[in-house]
Unconditional design. Structure first.
Length: 290
């Protein structure tokens, strides 16, 4: 028995520093890949691919020549099929690699005045129950989406945001994308989230917010047209029923490079009884009134 283990160890390559680094890097890539596909359609597709591979190995082991021949002829085209099937996941992996600070080009909101104008507009939008979707760009550029809308390149202001999302207006539908301290474009089309774990009760705005944050490091702010509730989306996670103070905190944390913490869309949480006003006082949250 001892000689068997010694012979086995002798056949294995020696583990040195280079091999250790190689193993760690490959493990990190595999971990990131599974983190990205977790809870998505690609997870089930990957399970199907693994099942086919097991069937192929089983056909070799049991001598099933016809089955082995059919699967063996299909294997050369597997690489092309994987690229097509996992194109969105591959894009997210590359985006994550590219959003390191080494590749960042300073597209974040750079002063507090723009955020104050956003909060002033959100206060009016939620009270009047006007639907809105604001996307704040961070390090990964959103030019692909801004080109689908109406180019504005205007300074962020409360009045302009309210004019964009005025009910019945030409720019009401779609998202407004904010680049640094300017509104780059309005009425932009965003990709909808295809995550099967997302609640079916969510509307198009919330799904679009999740979709754009799954493909970039932007943070999206949503105002529900039905309830007036404010939500934020970041890294494919949704937090609903937020106050203005909580929105402000999440945006500041996100722009500082920190992962926003707090409530998710599927968590049972109680809403705050008081919401802060922009003049420093508080008022009763209308959604908590009997």
């Amino acid at each position: 028995m001892n000689s068997f283990f010694h012979e086995t160890l002798a056949l294995m390559p020696r583990l040195n520093l280079t091999a250790g680094i190689d193993i760690v890097l490959v493990a990190c890539l595999i971990y990131q890949f599974f983190q990205i596909i977790r809870g998505r359609r690609a997870e089930r597709i990957l399970g199907g691919i693994i099942l086919v591979m097991l069937v192929y190995l089983g056909s070799i082991y049991f001598g099933l020549e016809l089955l082995r021949s059919i699967l063996g002829n299909a294997i050369p085209y597997t690489a092309f099929a994987l690229i097509v099937v996992f194109q969105s996941e591959i894009r997210r992996v590359l985006a994550r690699l590219g959003k390191a600070r080494l590749f960042a080009f300073g597209s974040r909101m750079q002063n507090r005045a723009g955020l104050d104008e956003i909060l002033l507009a959100l206060d009016v939008l939620q009270r009047n129950r006007v639907g809105a979707l604001l996307v704040l760009e961070r390090d990964i550029g959103l030019r692909t989406f801004t080109e689908s809308g109406v180019q504005l390149d205007a300074y962020i202001s409360r009045d302009l945001i309210l004019a964009i999302f005025q009910f019945g207006g030409a720019l009401h539908d779609g998202a407004a994308i904010l680049h640094r301290d300017r509104i780059a474009a309005a009425s932009c089309f965003l990709p909808l989230s295809m995550n099967p774990s997302v609640s079916r009760s969510l509307g198009t705005r919330h799904r679009a917010a999740l979709g754009v944050t799954e493909e970039s490091d932007a943070i999206a702010i949503i105002v529900s047209e039905e309830t007036g509730r404010i939500s934020t989306a970041a890294f494919g996670e949704l937090a609903t029923g937020l106050t203005l103070a909580e929105v402000e905190e999440r945006v500041l944390r996100h722009m500082a490079g920190k992962h926003p913490t707090g409530r998710g869309a599927d968590m049972n949480t109680t809403q705050s009884l008081l919401i802060p006003r922009l003049d420093g006082r508080t008022e009763v949250n209308p959604e908590t009134r009997p």
